[in-house]
Design a protein around this ligand. Structure first.
Ligand SMILES: [Zn+2]
Length: 288
């Protein structure tokens, strides 16, 4: 077994983190910590053996979460698919672990950014998971399907157009299999949507519970582990920064209090760990 999949158990559920590939983010200090005071940022980076001027790139994995509850085969997010040459490995990696796309009955989309929905469709533009109910937050769908306003984002116009086009291209074809939910809905027994707005208008976290064990999938509520230590630092991709910070604090507080296992999408693969309180923030304790 390579580093493209990471199986684990959660109570009675069999789970696996399965990678779709990875992608380099240029200028990560600026993109990830858009509002950080330079001096404090320099110190926070040094604590992680990173240098403010020399840190040119962060290579992020794009992992999906596969959960076999015994009754349901659930996939959380679909990676970036064919949008980049280094991604699109989700289905081959699922097959290598013995799961065919047709066996997935529920696909949960945490939000509609390209790295989370790029694998929704196959090369012919048809749903890549033909037998699945695709579940997402109604607010998220409404935002991207109407005329999305990304003016608040401090990113290039080309990037904004790319994100908007990707959302339409990867959401419209799944319409017939779509199930729009409100936040705090039970999606299948043991798996609940958790309100996590801010990064996008309908960004959702997922709480997975079996036999009193809990996994909290926070998706993009934190992109880098420094966001745990400095929870008020937001990224250039957070549409509502203050809401992002409030959401992050609420999720991390819950994870620490309930001693939940956490999955953070953009953290080093497999992105699983626990959070403990430290000062005004938290600290990441990866499982490996
Ligand atoms: Zn993301």
């Amino acid at each position: 077994m390579g580093k493209e999949s990471f199986p684990f158990r959660l109570g009675a559920f069999s789970c696996m983190v399965v990678n779709d590939g990875s992608s380099p983010y240029p200028d990560p200090a600026q993109i990830f910590f858009a509002n950080a005071p330079k001096e404090l940022l320099g110190k926070a980076l040094r604590d992680h053996n990173l240098d403010l001027t020399e840190w040119k790139e962060y290579v992020s994995p794009y992992p999906s979460l596969l959960i076999n509850t015994g009754r349901h085969m659930v996939l959380v997010d679909t990676g970036e698919g064919d949008l980049e040459p280094t991604t699109g490995k989700l289905i081959p990696n699922l097959r290598a672990e013995g799961t065919a796309p047709g066996e997935i009955d529920t696909v949960i989309l945490t939000h509609a950014h390209p790295d989370h929905i790029g694998g929704n469709i196959d090369r012919e533009g048809k749903p890549a998971f033909p037998n699945a109910r695709y579940v997402m937050c109604k607010d998220e769908w409404d935002f991207w399907i109407s005329k999305p306003d990304l003016a608040a984002l401090d990113i290039g116009e080309g990037d904004k157009e790319f994100i908007i086009k990707c959302a339409r291209d990867h959401l419209l074809p799944i319409q017939e299999q779509l199930d729009l939910v409100d936040h705090e809905t039970e999606i299948v027994p043991g798996i609940r949507a958790v309100e996590a707005r801010g990064h996008t208008p309908g960004h959702m976290a997922i709480a997975i519970t079996s036999d009193r064990e809990q996994l909290l999938c926070i998706s993009d509520a934190a992109i880098h582990q420094i966001h745990l230590e400095q929870p008020d630092w937001y990224t250039s991709y957070d549409l509502a920064p203050e809401q992002t910070v409030a959401t992050r604090r609420r999720l991390l507080d819950r994870a620490a209090t309930e001693k939940a296992l956490v999955h953070a999408f953009h953290f080093p693969f497999p992105g699983l760990g626990h959070v403990t309180r430290k000062g005004d923030g938290w600290q990441w304790q990866p499982v490996r």
